[in-house]
Design a protein around this ligand. Structure first.
Ligand code: SF4
Length: 94
């Protein structure tokens, strides 16, 4: 179990993004991270609770504690349509 310390207290430090139009619906992300990803009836995945942009992408602010799992989900995506950005530095992690 993850330990909650002063350094890991909830903070929206990362931005999770999904280039949904290019998702091929393989379900890898939903298998890796059930908390943040689910499959939609249209065959593509959705970020649970994510905001949809006009261009079809989805976004969600992530707390530090959810970073690793989503990084894993992004790494599992065969078409690299999941991205994570560090909001403090503006640097794209993946
Ligand atoms: S792993 Fe990538 S391609 Fe597969 S469902 Fe998730 S976002 Fe779509």
């Amino acid at each position: 179990m993850e330990q909650v310390t002063a350094e890991t207290e909830p903070k929206k430090k990362y931005l999770l993004q999904h280039d949904r139009p290019n998702c091929i619906g393989c379900a890898a992300c939903a298998t890796v991270s059930e908390k943040h990803w689910e499959m939609n009836a249209d065959g593509k995945s959705d970020i649970i609770g994510g905001k949809s942009r006009e261009d079809g992408w989805q976004e969600l602010d992530l707390e530090e504690v959810d970073f690793e799992k989503n990084l894993e989900a992004a790494e599992s995506c065969p078409v690299n349509v999941i991205h994570v950005t560090d909001k403090e530095t503006g640097k794209k992690v993946i």
